[in-house]
Design a protein around this ligand. Sequence first.
Ligand SMILES: CC(C)(COP(=O)(O)OP(=O)(O)OC[C@H]1O[C@@H](n2cnc3c(N)ncnc32)[C@H](O)[C@@H]1OP(=O)(O)O)[C@@H](O)C(=O)NCCC(=O)NCCS
Length: 175
Amino acid sequence: MQKVEITRMTRDDIDGVFAVEEMVRPEHHWSKESFYGELSNKLAYYYCVKDENGKILAFLGSWQILEESHITTLAVHPDYRGLQLAQLLIIKTIEDCYKNMVKYITLEVRESNIAAISLYEKFLFSSVGMRKKYYQDNGENALIMFTQNIWYDTFKNNFEKIKISINKVKYSYDK
Ligand SMILES: CC(C)(COP(=O)(O)OP(=O)(O)OC[C@H]1O[C@@H](n2cnc3c(N)ncnc32)[C@H](O)[C@@H]1OP(=O)(O)O)[C@@H](O)C(=O)NCCC(=O)NCCS
């Protein structure tokens, strides 16, 4: 049984984070400086998933601005997909939102990114609009996705259901 842990991203994590970022987005990735910059942004919440040896497997970043949280980045190492790591990171982010009285969570996603869209729909995000030619590398449109109010019962009940299902996976997760 392999354990993974979720930690707040620190400067020591950036090399590992950047290695995943380059692998996941070889041609249009963030620079290391962008990640360093985010760590001194007071609105930013950045988390990593690490294995028992401290290897970075996944990361997610968000900004909380008043009653809204904006997911800025999410990536899972290609060898560690389908293991619920993205869900773990989203759960952590939503729990922060509850602590900080956030009401809505939003993000942009490439309209061709079926895996990510399906992931967000699982958490009851839905598409509310589109930013035309948002991505500079290939001119792809971005879907703008939003949750409903996360304090509503439908959102909360779905969130609780996902949290329970996470505990049943073959990996054990340190909270
Ligand atoms: C999208 C991504 C983050 C998913 O990470 P993951 O850890 O493999 O996802 P999980 O195992 O937590 O899966 C959660 C849900 O995502 C969806 N999903 C994940 N991979 C999928 C795939 N290949 N096809 C369709 N749906 C998929 C499913 O709804 C899944 O729920 P289910 O297992 O109940 O079907 C990962 O594929 C990735 O890093 N992609 C490249 C970067 C990216 O697209 N980032 C998001 C930018 S907005």
